[in-house]
Design a binder for this molecule. Structure first.
Ligand code: UDX
Length: 452
């Protein structure tokens, strides 16, 4: 919404949320999310044509076009728990819009939704007693975190699905202010809704595919980055999204695939469901494999050993930790009795502790006293990477932050126990150079390197 406000200074944009403290943050100098370039955009448009407010009803009344951009998390209980999307917030938005609207409104689904959600939204809107009329459009968002601003400025495409060509045209005109017309694709509602889930499923599938090959590389002596380069030069395959890693994270991939799996099951397409489910299972396997490798390599025990965790965000240039591989690897290492010293340039100590507490919740959402003690006693959060590695037996690189590439590894090595193990979950450090310094290096999808 901030990008629309920036690119269209004559269009008033109001962002509303029921959560007062969140809106206060959007109105302050410290925005609730870190995203390179976002602060500048918000500061330019805020107070001109961009307003943040909690007055939801007033904003609905005053707008011609309303974007529903609420969270659609995976359901944690009830039917489809663990897979289906929780549409409670979308439905609540639709009901509120139905109640407050007058005249004609265009309602745009921006949240990622299961196919045919627009049907439900339309029915709720139709029940409006005020006599208001509505067009419903689907306009999924394809931006990636960390590069959101550049993705929004120059997207590969903008997708608008809908039934009314007039409504589609009105939304297309907004985007046309900065995006070439040929990049604005229009489809029917259902194709648009399904395209978003499919795009994420395909992207995640590529990561799981290369990660599955990384396991094979480790036992055969092949190097996964070399394999990725070799296959990526085939123009039919292409080079992007072939970086083997400790596993994909983020708020979208797992959630959207599980949602796709649920949809397939709902329509009786069990074979299709099992096919896509495997992408998530392969990702779980990759995270687990990394933890097991650490424990096995360190003489089958990490109990009372200090391990530096470099990176907690699910990827670089974001403070988002949702589904981050780091959470799961930390959980496994804590279970094994390791002492973890965690450092991430953007993630707060509060967030790290909250995520680890959350990952230990059992089925009744309780955290055992033992797990609470582990989080209290075996976790330290460091203020830089050197501090995290001081006195450590091993380092695990979990996020590909640029600053980890600039670290004086000789200095780090001096202050570590011997053998000094380094597990590079992102293959960002130069294994040969590290081995020269004296590290024993274990990357993803490549042979380990003994100290030289
Ligand atoms: C993703 C989609 O890219 C975006 O289009 C959609 O709108 C939202 O979901 P995002 O989750 O922000 O975006 O990040 P992305 O860059 O796709 O990375 C997702 C995860 O995959 C990260 O954990 C990343 O480290 C991992 N990844 C990505 C790899 O491990 N290897 C790769 O080659 C690419």
């Amino acid at each position: 919404m901030a990008m629309i406000a920036k690119q269209c200074p004559d269009i008033p944009v109001t962002v509303v949320d029921l959560n007062q403290s969140r809106i206060d943050q959007w109105n302050s100098d410290v925005l609730p999310v870190y995203e390179p370039g976002l602060k500048e955009i918000v500061e330019e448009a805020r107070g001109r044509n961009l307003t943040f407010s909690t007055d939801v009803d007033e904003a609905i009344r005053g707008s011609n076009m309303i974007f529903i951009s609420v969270n659609t998390p995976t359901k944690t209980h009830g039917m489809g728990a663990g897979r289906a999307a929780n549409l409670e917030f979308v439905e609540k938005c639709a009901r509120r819009i139905a109640e407050c609207s007058q005249g004609h409104k265009i309602v745009v689904e921006k949240s990622t939704l299961p196919v045919r959600t627009a049907e439900a939204v339309k029915r709720i809107l139709k029940s409006s007693s005020s006599g208001a009329t509505f067009d419903v459009l689907s306009n999924p968002e394809f931006l990636a975190e960390g590069t959101a601003v550049s993705d929004l400025l120059a997207p590969d495409r903008v997708l608008i699905g809908g039934e009314s060509s007039e409504a589609i045209e009105q939304l297309a005109k907004v985007y046309e202010r900065w995006i070439p017309r040929q990049k604005i694709l229009t489809t029917n509602l259902w194709s648009s809704e399904l395209s978003k889930l499919t795009a994420n499923a395909f992207l995640a599938q590529r990561v799981s595919s290369i990660n599955s090959i990384s396991a094979l590389c480790e036992v055969t002596g092949a190097d996964v980055d070399e394999v990725a380069r070799a296959i990526g030069t085939d123009s039919r395959i292409g080079p992007k999204f072939l970086k083997a890693s400790v596993g994909f994270g983020g708020s979208c991939f797992q959630k959207d695939i599980l949602n796709l799996v649920y949809l397939c099951e709902h329509f009786g397409l069990d074979d299709v469901a099992r096919y896509w489910e495997q992408v998530v299972l392969m990702n779980d396997y990759q995270k687990k494999r990394f933890s097991i490798r650490i424990v096995r390599t360190m003489f089958h025990t990490v109990s009372d050993k200090q391990i530096a965790i470099w990176g907690f965000a699910f990827k670089k240039d974001t403070n988002d930790t949702r589904e981050s591989a780091s959470i799961y690897v930390c959980r496994d290492l804590l279970e094994e009795g390791a002492r973890l010293v965690i450092y991430d340039p953007r993630v707060s100590e509060k967030q790290i502790r909250a995520d680890l507490l959350h990952v230990f919740k059992d089925n009744s959402l309780e955290v055992s006293a033992r797990h609470r003690r582990l989080i209290e006693n075996n976790i330290t959060v460091a203020s830089d990477a050197y501090q995290a590695a001081h006195n450590a037996h091993a380092i695990a690189v979990m996020t590909e932050w640029e600053e980890f590439k600039q670290i004086d590894m000789k200095r780090v090595h001096l202050n570590m126990h011997r053998p000094a193990f380094l597990f590079d979950g992102r293959n960002i450090l130069d294994a040969n150079a590290l081995a020269q310094i004296g590290f024993e290096v274990h990357g993803i999808g490549r042979s380990s390197k003994a100290p030289m």
